[in-house]
Write a protein that binds this ligand. Structure first.
Ligand SMILES: [Zn+2]
Length: 359
């Protein structure tokens, strides 16, 4: 309908925005609605069957996450500022942390599909009528779960998303299928790439259980203070280093604190886990990158995963995640091994005297 497009065109100041809207917006909206809101499980079943080999991916991720958890347990055991009881509680929380990868274990249990009893759509049915019908079904199913025991196998986040999630109230994290794509994951690259990408992301999610908000919940995911007052004060003092550091970079240091704790400790955990798993073994160089050391490749792979076409001024100021370039810069600055790998002179931007660290 040309008249419609003419009217629509007048609403856009940029031709590019208009083109984006006209070409892709409807298909993007429909896909998003289907995969994240309306038919989450059936669409995920179809995608998983076609594209992903869970049997290969899960053991690889499990080995990596196990190593990361062991490194964090070592850090907690060696952190002198933790008192005996707080350390015991922290280790208990870590030991009880659960995780699941790729998709929820019950994805193919069709008896749980809330969509199974919905009558098929007639060609005459409008999209809004179908949408309303599916939403009503979804809301009814959600309401039926009130006062029922929590089913931890169920994911409360979209399955087909490029993300990892930590669920504070369940002390559990997920690595969703959507993020198991390059540059975050590729089955055929050396582990130094995988640890730098998905390893840092896994460490990040684990640290959400110990960030400024997550630390207020216990091993079962209940809100309970398990910190001795003096130790909690030390924690706040140590983490305020990140608040100041990121504020100087033009980021809301307090709003982003949880994410920054995740990024910085996540990086440290993934790097140490890689070293621990590899021992004296070595991995081949990637073609064309033979003149880089393994450590240099680790940090380059990490940075590569955060490449974005989004400009800094376009970033959402209310997003607790800092702008991608800031995330890469600060995390690389705070880990000493980065400046060693690239031989950054003392007191240079990437090798400052003052680094932030918690454990
Ligand atoms: Zn996060």
């Amino acid at each position: 309908n040309i008249a419609y497009f003419k009217k629509l065109h007048a609403l856009f100041t940029s031709k590019r925005d208009f083109a984006n809207y006209a070409i892709s917006s409807r298909s993007i909206i429909c896909t998003e609605l289907l995969t994240s809101v309306l038919l989450v499980k059936p669409v995920a079943q179809m995608y998983v069957t076609k594209y992903k080999n869970r049997e290969v991916i899960v053991p690889k991720l499990t080995k990596m996450v196990t190593a990361i958890i062991e490194v964090l347990a070592d850090m907690l055991n060696n952190a002198e500022w933790l008192d005996y009881d707080t350390r015991k509680n922290a280790l208990n929380k870590l030991n009880h942390m659960e995780y699941s990868f790729v998709y929820p274990e019950n994805l193919f249990d069709d008896t749980l599909l809330i969509e199974k009893d919905i009558p098929p759509s007639e060609p005459s049915e409008s999209f809004i009528a179908l949408f309303t019908r599916l939403m009503r079904n979804k809301v009814t199913a959600s309401c039926a779960r009130i006062n029922q025991p929590v089913d931890k196998t169920e994911w409360i986040q979209p399955i087909l998303t490029s993300n990892g999630f930590y669920v504070t109230t369940q002390n559990k994290f997920h690595i969703a299928i959507g993020i198991l794509e390059s540059p975050h994951f590729n089955q055929n690259v050396p582990d130094y790439v995988t640890y730098a990408t998905l390893g840092v992301i896994s460490g990040h999610e684990i640290m959400h259980g110990f960030d400024d908000d997550g630390r207020l919940y216990d091993a079962a995911g209940n809100k309970r203070n398990w910190w001795k007052t003096e130790t909690a004060e030390k924690y706040v003092k140590k983490t305020s280093c990140y608040v100041d550091q990121y504020t100087k970079e033009g980021v809301d240091g307090q709003l982003s604190l949880g994410e920054n704790i995740g990024d910085n400790v996540g990086m440290e955990l993934a790097y140490k886990a890689y070293k621990k798993v590899m021992g004296n073994a070595t991995e081949p160089a990637l073609p064309g990158f033979e003149h880089f050391t393994v450590d240099q490749m680790f940090f380059l792979s990490y940075a590569n995963a955060w490449c974005t076409s989004l400009k800094k001024e376009e970033a959402d100021p209310n997003d607790p995640h800092p702008y991608a370039l800031t995330r890469v810069k600060m995390t690389s600055t705070n880990i000493e091994e980065f400046s060693e790998a690239f031989k950054c002179p003392k007191k240079s931007t990437m090798n400052p005297d003052d680094r932030c660290s918690i454990w």
